[in-house]
Design a protein around this ligand. Structure first.
Ligand SMILES: [Zn+2]
Length: 59
């Protein structure tokens, strides 16, 4: 996050959300990170499935 004049600006790519308070922006940024964690978990699950498929093919 970055201070832009009186407001705090979200520096997440593709987002230009502004909040007057740093604590409010922290809450906003948490939404981004939660989404990222979700995508990562989904990705990890996919990798796990691919590994299972590869293992089945080899054995
Ligand atoms: Zn944002």
């Amino acid at each position: 996050m970055r201070k832009d004049g009186l407001k705090w600006t979200c520096t997440f790519p593709g987002c230009s959300h502004q909040e007057l308070y740093k604590s409010s922006l922290s809450l906003h940024i948490r939404k981004h990170t939660e989404k990222l964690v979700f995508v990562f978990k989904l990705f990890k699950h996919t990798i796990y499935n691919i590994c299972l498929i590869i293992q089945c093919c080899i054995v």
